[in-house]
Write a new protein. Structure first.
Length: 342
């Protein structure tokens, strides 16, 4: 068992050595559950792990802990025929080994009490958990790239569905190579491209929002406040948190915008989606610095997310608005501005 404070000691001289170590953790009698917070990168990676382990264990299934409500993600599951088992506590009794991909145990409450055999991720490293096998590469734009390297090392030719899923995972997490990409991501994309189907990909990418969600864009534009290159928006109660991501990504494309903060209320929690250009900025560090002690927070340089119970903020959700969202960040930016002047 490798604790997180010494996982870097687990060194491998090659991908082959790494993957051999990984595979030795499983045997024919094992029932393996791959756990994910379902988004394109996680879905693609889970599908790849299912392919890698399908003939090496008794059974391997994929379980999502979140409701999949974003239209693109629903289309990905349907079009690419990704088999999912909705997570419940009863599954922990059925399966004997668990893999977490595109996340870490500290990221979600649902993951914290599970003994993971393996954790494969590309988010900045967190502490306070352990696993027998750990593969965390924050310099990779997508975990799909890491799983492509596993497949390549094992000489497994991905199916059309799997290749298309991995391509989509890379495209989404690197924002089409605009952010957070490295040469490994580019190579993976090039190698997978000849195996994928562009028509299947177009079916997934071609639709982003439902007509019923257009009202949130109107609310966002009505509530939007712009301050020194920063956009702040709070749109109140929402039926799913993914609409905040869609709005934040849209607003981040506005010229002369360096930061975007989009908030909403979901199940008595304040959800904040953060976007920035990543140049001398770090959205993940900002989220952790401000909210780690009172909620779940973290992410990458350009993208981050925070979930804070309103009860921890000593604020009434019914009265919360965009001005209150600004107040949560103004001390941080005031401090940064004062440091620049000094």
């Amino acid at each position: 068992m490798y604790k997180t404070n010494n996982y870097k000691k687990l060194k491998f001289r090659s991908n082959k050595e790494r993957i051999n170590y990984f595979l030795k953790l499983f045997n024919k009698e094992d029932k393996v559950l791959v756990l994910i917070w379902a988004d394109p990168d996680a879905l693609a990676c889970a599908l790849a792990l299912k392919r890698i382990l399908q003939n090496k264990v008794e059974k391997v299934d994929i379980s999502n802990v979140n409701e999949i409500v974003r239209l693109n993600n629903q289309l990905m599951v349907d079009v690419l025929k990704i088999p999912l088992v909705k997570f419940s506590q009863e599954l922990l009794e059925i399966y004997n080994k668990f893999i977490l991909v595109d996340s870490q145990p500290t990221h979600r409450e649902e993951f914290k009490n599970i003994k993971f055999t393996a954790v494969i991720d590309h988010h900045p490293f967190t502490e306070g958990w352990e696993a027998e096998y750990v593969d965390i590469r924050p310099n990779y734009g997508a975990v799909s790239t890491i799983l492509f390297e596993y497949l390549k090392t094992l000489k497994i030719k991905p199916s059309v569905y799997l290749a298309t899923a991995l391509i989509y995972g890379i495209k989404i997490d690197t924002d089409n190579f605009v952010r957070s990409a490295n040469p490994h991501d580019v190579i993976a994309f090039q190698k997978l491209y000849k195996h994928m189907n562009k028509y299947l990909l177009n079916k997934i990418e071609g639709h982003h929002i439902r007509r019923s969600e257009l009202k949130y864009f109107k609310m966002a534009l009505d509530q939007l406040k712009f301050q020194k290159g920063k956009i702040f928006v709070y749109i109140g109660k929402i039926l799913n948190t993914d609409i905040l991501v869609v709005i934040a990504d849209f607003l981040s494309k506005i010229y002369d915008t360096s930061w975007v903060f989009v908030g909403g209320e979901f199940k008595k929690n304040l959800i904040i989606i953060i976007r920035c250009d990543g140049y001398r900025k770090d959205a993940g560090k900002l989220a952790k610095k401000l909210f780690k002690g009172i909620g779940l927070a973290g992410g990458h340089r350009e993208k981050a997310r925070a979930e804070i119970p309103f009860s921890n903020l000593n604020l009434e959700s019914e009265k919360f608005d965009t001005k209150d969202l600004i107040k949560l960040f103004e001390k941080y930016f005031k401090y940064k501005d004062e440091r620049k002047k000094s």
